[in-house]
Ligand binder design. Structure first.
Ligand SMILES: [Zn+2]
Length: 74
């Protein structure tokens, strides 16, 4: 299992997000953001993500998948 901070995943805090696969980590990151939607920093991070074009989002996700193996083990 790998770990990354919320911030490393385009979020807003230092909470640790874990996952066995990039998909799982992205899902956990989304869940964490949803749970913190009353926090302004997380709202802004989510909005910044939504503002990206589909291509930008895909590029971001591709980079995330490519760097997944180099993340720290949880
Ligand atoms: Zn967070």
């Amino acid at each position: 299992m790998k770990k990354a901070t919320c911030k490393q995943l385009a979020g807003a805090c230092d909470e640790i997000i874990t996952g066995n696969t990039p998909e799982e980590m992205a899902e956990n990151s989304k869940k964490h953001a949803m749970e913190n939607m009353n926090d302004e920093a997380h709202q802004q991070a989510m909005q910044a993500m939504m503002k990206m074009s589909e291509e930008e989002q895909q590029n971001w996700y591709k980079n995330f998948v490519d760097s997944f193996d180099s993340l720290e083990d949880a």
